[in-house]
Design a protein around this ligand. Structure first.
Ligand SMILES: Nc1ncnc2c1ncn2[C@@H]1O[C@H](COP(=O)(O)OP(=O)(O)O)[C@@H](O)[C@H]1O
Ligand SMILES: [Mg+2]
Length: 412
């Protein structure tokens, strides 16, 4: 039984592999089609299934061999015993009654033994099947609440990053000592090239990871000293990649605060300028959005995501390139609405388009995990550094976009 467990393990592993491949290629079906790779995916799945087949057959054959082996041993033993007993009767040492008695005893002994062997193998096999689940339970959480940590007492929500260092992998530091402050009720923008570590800041604030050095505080409390639950309650985010649940638009918006009233949902859809779009849909709020929201355009998804965040009514708001997929005009509408709702809220904006952060109380330019420049829009322009350079580049882009927008206004 111990010997055959390796076949069973192999079989489970192949089963896992085949399932993962199937799900992966189905979820990413658009990519598969873009690259015309259906045959490739089919081959990969086929290979995984073939591996599973081989392992499953081996597992079953080994089980049958064991069962047959055990049955054979018992049968041979029974026959030998009966022969001995028959000989006893023949020699006159035993009566026919004794012969029957021996037979009954043996059967009573062998039946449970046979059954025991069978059950043992089944149990052993089921335990092997559950091994992966148990190993999952053994994995340590990356971030744990400290014993007896308090709730976050968040009154006006001032955020401080103090010399924060962080790396996902020990051999590559992403943040190399970042310090800045978002005073209560103010708006701070973080800009910088892609890969600078901007989204990493948001993950640290949510404590998906803990900092490796330095600290992050909210109202003076180190976020490592408070419960994750109370911390996440106070922060609302519009993430860089919005992923929606395969349910209705109403469900996805109300995800921000399950149990919210329909009137509240309608209010936030107005703020996120998605009310017009929803009204135009034949099924309105009941429209299904598809897996991960693939039936909505990038900009529509972002606006659902903004509405969902607004519904949560957090003290701290984070926008991670929240309007990057919108055209300039829709973006302007939303920006105005967001400025209104975020007034008085501590707000962290991560932006790619610099025109959206002109009014920020402070702009942090992040480069290679370090604060390269900081200040207000005008100061940064006069510094003629990275920010001014990015601004000049985007200015050209914006002019082109405006031309396009005007072209759209010309009738016909
Ligand atoms: N989970 C992760 N594991 C390892 N590296 C990561 C992970 N997430 C992001 N990174 C790396 O960290 C760097 C910063 O990422 P990110 O903060 O998302 O950049 P951005 O400034 O564009 O938002 C990138 O170089 C990225 O490759
Ligand atoms: Mg990012």
């Amino acid at each position: 039984t111990e010997w055959r467990m390796k076949f069973r393990r192999e079989m489970n592993q192949r089963d896992d592999e085949a399932n993962t491949k199937a799900i992966d290629s189905l979820i990413n079906y658009e990519t598969v089609k873009y690259f015309n790779n259906e045959p490739h995916e089919a081959r990969r799945y086929d290979a995984a299934l073939r591996g599973y087949e081989t392992a499953a057959v081996l597992s079953q054959v080994s089980l049958s061999k064991l069962n047959i082996g055990q049955g054979a041993i018992i049968a041979v033993g029974l026959v030998l015993n009966m022969l001995l007993a028959a000989k006893g009767v023949q020699d006159g040492n035993m009566t026919v009654g004794d012969f029957v008695l021996v037979n009954t005893y043996l059967l009573q002994l062998y039946m449970p033994l046979n059954f025991l062997g069978f059950v043992y193998r089944q149990i052993k096999q089921s335990l092997t099947d559950m091994e992966r689940m148990f190993s999952l339970l053994d994995v340590d959480k990356e971030v744990e609440d400290k014993a007896g940590s308090a709730e976050l007492a968040c009154s006006d929500a001032a955020i401080r990053f103090e010399d924060v260092k962080f790396s996902y992998n020990p051999d590559r530091e992403i943040l190399k000592g970042v310090s800045f402050e978002v005073p209560a009720g103010k708006t701070v923008a973080v800009v910088g090239p892609s890969g600078a570590g901007k989204s990493t800041l948001t993950r640290l604030m949510f404590r998906f990871y803990d900092v490796s050095a330095g600290r992050i505080t909210i109202d003076g409390q180190d976020i490592r000293d408070v419960t994750q639950n109370s911390l996440r309650r106070e922060i609302g985010i519009v993430p860089q990649d919005t992923v929606l649940f395969n349910d209705t638009i109403a469900y996805n918006i109300s995800y921000g605060r399950p149990g919210a009233e329909q009137s509240e949902i309608e209010e936030v859809t107005k703020l996120a300028s998605i009310d017009g779009f929803i009204e135009g849909l034949p099924e309105g709020f009941k429209t299904k959005v598809g897996e991960r929201g693939l039936k909505l355009s990038g900009g529509e998804k972002q606006r659902v995501s903004i509405a969902r965040m607004l519904l949560k009514r957090p003290k701290i708001m984070i926008f991670d390139e929240a309007t990057s997929a919108l055209d300039t005009r829709t973006e302007k509408d939303i920006q105005q609405a967001l400025r209104d709702v975020s007034r008085g809220h501590t707000t962290l904006i991560i932006a790619h388009r610099l025109s959206t952060v002109i009014d920020a109380d402070e702009i942090i330019v992040l480069r290679d995990g370090q604060v390269a420049e900081r200040g207000r829009h005008q100061d940064l322009l006069s510094q003629e550094g990275l920010y001014a350079e990015m601004w000049a580049q985007q200015q050209e882009l914006r002019e082109a976009e405006e031309l396009l927008a005007h072209a759209g206004e010309i009738p016909g």
